[in-house]
Design a protein around this ligand. Structure first.
Ligand code: GLC
Ligand code: CA
Length: 546
């Protein structure tokens, strides 16, 4: 056994379960569907699966509104199915990391139902954040906080009390100063660790601690500011210092169990220093590097995101965790499909200019994959990245389901376009997503030309995104230079990134408009496109040996 824990270099595949594979034909992905595709994931070469929330939920926000943290939603299966999945995955050498949602529950959770039933000032309400309103008749919300999904972060009940929800009204925020909350989540962690899960992805990890005074946001923080560029400003509910005490306890819980469990934080922090605080010794193990995802397709921006992240993480001894796409952002094949790529800013609608040039976006996505997999640390693949799926930008309004669409007054299209069910095989929808005798169409419609992007169509095609991913992951597994470790930049002209990984591997990415003459090398291990006369075309990447 190697002494380096697996999570320092793991490639983790994100399963957005309702869109991965539908086993029972109701048009919604489920655990049975996922189980039947474990051999695919094995052949892709991933180390673990992060599974988006599968708990019992009224699905006001795709399952991020949890009604019972110890039950699987019937749409996805049963607890026994989940246990089977964990066992099957482990037999394939794949670890399982579910999502946990500690910032808020569903409004259907027994605690919130009890809070509603028990009335103003009751101890049941103390588990959430209830307040009287402002103004003579209490008709104004208690403060000016805004929901990430648009509109005020407060909803008023008929009895006059207001409750806080940083997301949808169906997602009331928990009061983490109440001892019941910490105790309950420790018990939930143990419930799943006892069932063999290998860790958790922690949803909205930066949101749990609120300033107890619930002060108004200064007006500078209510607008659409690019916070990352302003540096850190103390905020009444994001990324407060007291949040770390919670995770130090969670780490102790994880450390009670055998098997190298790992947390990954979804934490949005203003600076790399603030992010690194989540993964200090005794805290969470890893945190997504969103600066890399947010960067435009630009050598200087990407290099800065890489350098700043690595410097800060090195300081606390944590590995980097790279990510290009997930279920909350426009897919990178489409983000990169505009000549000028807009940087991504959290909670601001991402509305790229002009039509997508998917040929361009795909070329860059191929290069980005080789860049990401060559960087030190771990990496995440969002289901469908390996098929080069683009964002579906022309979804009919009538089929949109993301609460962001309604709550933004139809100004933000929301996240449905990156959540389209996966095309597996066959010439027509549902492309093998559901069985042939399915009783319902997929919950979101698939574009008619996704037959060309199916797993079946790409398998064995050396020029496909899928085979590029497979080869890259195979090399990454076997090559001692890749995964955890350090990197050294080469001197390169503007627009070109090149770095060395010990021993013997160099990654070169050409983000300029001119072909780039590759440095001296023994062989090209892998390239994102055809290389002739050692010239790396614009928007191409290559892995070289010396
Ligand atoms: C996270 C999830 C997102 C969800 C939100 C509220 O940001 O990734 O999908 O809507 O938390 O739970
Ligand atoms: Ca199903």
């Amino acid at each position: 056994m190697s002494s380096t824990p697996w999570w320092r270099s793991a490639v983790i595949y994100q399963v957005y379960i309702r869109s991965f594979a539908d086993g029972n034909g109701d048009g919604i992905g489920d655990i049975t569907g996922l189980r039947s595709h474990l051999p695919y994931l094995k052949s892709l070469g991933v180390d673990a699966l992060w599974i988006n929330p599968w708990y019992k939920s009224p699905m006001a926000d795709g399952g991020y509104d949890v009604a019972d943290y110890r039950a699987i939603d019937p749409l996805f299966g049963t607890l026994a199915d989940a246990e089977q999945l964990i066992a099957d995955a482990h037999r394939h050498g794949i670890r399982i990391i579910p999502d946990i949602v500690p910032n808020h529950t569903s409004d259907q959770h027994v605690w919130f139902q009890a809070a509603l039933a028990s009335g103003r000032g009751s101890p049941e309400r103390a588990r959430y954040i209830f307040r009287p309103g402002r103004g003579p008749d209490g008709a104004q919300p208690p403060n000016n906080w805004v929901s990430c999904f648009g509109g005020p972060a407060w909803t008023r009940l008929p009895d006059g009390d207001w409750y806080l929800h940083l997301f949808a009204p169906e997602q009331p925020d928990l009061n983490w100063q109440h001892p019941d909350i910490a105790a309950e989540f420790e018990s939930i962690l143990r419930f799943w660790f006892n069932r063999g899960v290998d860790g958790f992805r922690v949803d909205v990890a930066h949101g749990l601690a609120k300033d107890p005074e619930l002060p108004d946001l200064p007006h500078t923080l209510t607008g659409e500011t690019d916070q990352a560029r302003l540096g850190h400003v103390e905020h009444p509910h994001w990324d407060r210092d007291d949040v770390h005490a919670i995770y130090r306890t969670w780490r102790k819980v994880a450390d009670e169990f055998d098997g190298d469990l790992a947390f990954v934080a979804e934490a949005w922090a203003d600076t790399p220093e603030r992010l690194a605080a989540y993964v200090r010794p005794g805290g969470l193990h890893t945190a997504f590097n969103f600066d890399f995802l947010m960067a435009s397709w630009d050598a200087k921006d990407l290099r800065a995101a890489i350098d700043d992240s690595l410097a800060m993480l090195d300081g606390v001894g944590a590995p980097a965790t790279w990510v290009l796409s997930n279920h909350d952002v426009m897919r990178h094949a489409s983000r990169y499909a505009r000549r000028t790529v807009k940087p991504w800013v959290p909670n601001v609608p991402y509305l790229p200019e002009g039509p997508a040039d998917l040929e361009l976006g795909t070329r860059r996505a191929r290069a980005a994959a080789l860049l990401m997999f060559a960087l030190p640390g771990g990496a995440y693949i969002y289901q469908g990245d390996e098929l080069g799926l683009p964002e579906v930008e022309d979804l009919p309004e009538a089929v949109r389901q993301d609460p962001i669409w309604e709550r933004s007054g139809h100004t933000n299209p929301g996240r449905d376009g990156c959540r389209i069910p996966i095309p597996w095989s066959g010439p027509v929808a549902p492309f093998g997503f559901s069985p042939a005798d399915a009783s319902a169409a997929p919950w979101l419609p698939q574009p008619a030309d996704w037959n060309e992007r199916s797993v079946e169509a790409q398998t064995g095609d050396d020029t496909s995104m899928l085979e590029l991913y497979r080869t890259a992951l195979r090399i990454r597994r076997d090559h001692p230079a890749l995964g955890d470790g350090t990197m050294t930049w080469h001197d390169t002209p503007a627009g070109v990134l090149a770095f060395h990984r010990q021993p013997g591997l160099t990654c070169v990415v050409n983000l300029s408009d001119e072909p780039y003459q590759l440095p001296e090398h023994a062989a090209i291990l892998l390239a994102s496109g055809p290389v002739e006369n050692a010239l790396l075309a614009p928007d191409q990447a290559a892995w070289l040996t010396r």
